[in-house]
Design a protein around this ligand. Structure first.
Ligand code: FAD
Length: 389
């Protein structure tokens, strides 16, 4: 088999790249090691920046997003027994965020891909990359029990943090920067209307909690827990009791509902530089991870592939390689802005296990500053809705 761009991974990055290339008449093959059902049901992100929405709509895959996505103009910060609204739109010249589950983004993109008739192979095994520094890089894999070989001009490594593309780069080429956090998030999806019109980020003496949503009838709620917390220690009643403690306020009630899904996610900040090795281009979680507090991971993945698609189109159209050469630097500027913001939000809102009274007072001072200073709130808002560098 031969194609122009071999794409490993059918998450938001790989599927969006495939679609953007298709719109420019550039063929690609997408290889995914999971089933369609699995990738369409994997509960993850749900907050889309304005520019992510604009890109998906502009690419013709935003019809359902525009119909079903829920536009938010602000978020709530809760600490010291009070809520403080950060009016995102007012502080950013009218920008908004849209609540639309990653599952729905992925479903829309898969449907669009299948409608093009271009290849999207699920349940491939043993993907291996060969000769990525040559002009004819290859992907070897097994599909439906048979070994296959795919010759490409370029390979896009969109296979997430645990994929094969980044580890296939020889040692010494990439430099990794990372930070581990001593806590993680216990997340639940509950079949109940959200108890707040806007997301509530609560910094509580028992730990952080977040009230979010996926639709008018589905709530998404998170609790800060130990990074190695066993979800079995958290029956539904215990989760709701803890959510009441951390999110509760006099005169406001958190409504409970059946828990449809629950799991613990660790938190990590991670970046590799550069995001390219020869004709292998890493994009999305394959190259960088952020803790979810800033809602940046999915948005960064989409940003990477927008830059990559533009560079690839330019190369095919005019033979001009300069945009491909700038790909890594261009993405990394945005990546590090998002890394800083995600680390900052996480550090401000979570209770570190070893926090001393001085550390606690510094965090509270920062929260008070954001809640009372228009300049500080504007800084949070412009990063949250997506900062254009
Ligand atoms: C609990 C949680 C909440 C989050 N909340 C937000 C949020 O609110 N906003 C936000 O922007 N981000 C959020 N994120 C982050 C976001 O989900 C990720 O950043 C996003 O999924 C990255 O997309 P991707 O396409 O780069 O990678 P992925 O979505 O990981 O896709 C990679 C794909 O590659 C496939 N793959 C892996 N290995 C192979 C292989 N060997 N061969 C073939 N295919 C392979 C995988 O199955 C997968 O389908 C959250 C993440 C978590 C875990």
């Amino acid at each position: 088999m031969r194609t122009r761009v071999g794409i490993v991974g059918a998450g938001p990055a790989g599927l969006t790249l495939a679609h953007l290339l298709h719109l420019e008449g550039i063929d690609s093959v997408v290889l995914e090691n999971r089933s369609r059902e699995y990738v369409e049901a994997r509960i993850r992100a749900g907050v889309l920046e304005q520019r992510t929405v604009d890109l998906l709509v502009g690419a013709g895959v935003g019809e359902r997003l525009l119909r079903e996505g829920i536009v938010h103009h602000g978020i709530e910060l809760q600490f010291g027994g009070e809520r403080h609204r950060v009016p995102l739109s007012e502080l950013t010249g009218g920008k908004t965020i849209v609540i639309y589950g990653q599952t729905e983004v992925v479903k829309d993109l898969i449907e669009a891909r299948l409608a093009t008739g271009r290849p999207l192979l699920f349940e491939v095994d043993d993907v291996r990359l060969e000769e990525v520094t040559s002009t004819r890089p290859r992907l070897r894999f097994r599909h439906e029990g048979r070994p296959q070989e795919l010759e490409c001009d370029l390979i896009a490594g969109c296979d997430g943090f645990h994929g094969v593309c980044r580890p296939s780069v020889p040692p010494g080429v990439l430099t990794a920067f990372s930070r581990e956090y001593a806590y993680g998030w216990l997340g639940i999806l509950a079949a109940v209307a959200p108890s707040s019109d806007e997301l509530v980020y609560s910094s509580h003496e028992r730990g952080f909690a977040l009230l979010s949503l996926r639709s008018p009838s589905l709530s998404r709620l998170y609790l800060q827990v130990r990074a190695d917390e066993d979800v079995a220690e958290w029956p539904d009643e215990r989760i709701w009791a803890e959510l009441h403690l951390r999110l509760g306020l006099p005169g406001w009630t958190l409504t409970e509902g059946p828990v449809l899904e629950k799991g613990v996610t660790g938190m990590r900040s991670y970046v590799v530089e550069p995001m390219r090795h020869g004709n292998l281009f890493l994009a999305g979680d394959a190259a960088h991870i952020v803790p979810p507090t800033g809602a940046k991971g999915l948005n960064l993945a989409i940003h990477d592939v927008r830059v990559l698609a533009n560079a690839i189109v330019r190369w095919y159209r005019s033979g001009d390689e300069s945009a491909l050469e700038r790909y890594s630097d261009e993405c990394l500027r945005h990546v590090w802005r998002a890394e800083h913001f995600s680390w900052w939000m996480t550090s401000m809102l979570h209770l570190p296990p070893d926090e001393d009274p001085f550390g606690l007072r510094l965090r509270l001072a920062q929260l008070h500053y954001v809640a009372t200073s228009r300049a500080a709130a504007t800084s949070l808002a412009e990063n949250y809705v997506g900062f254009e560098l």
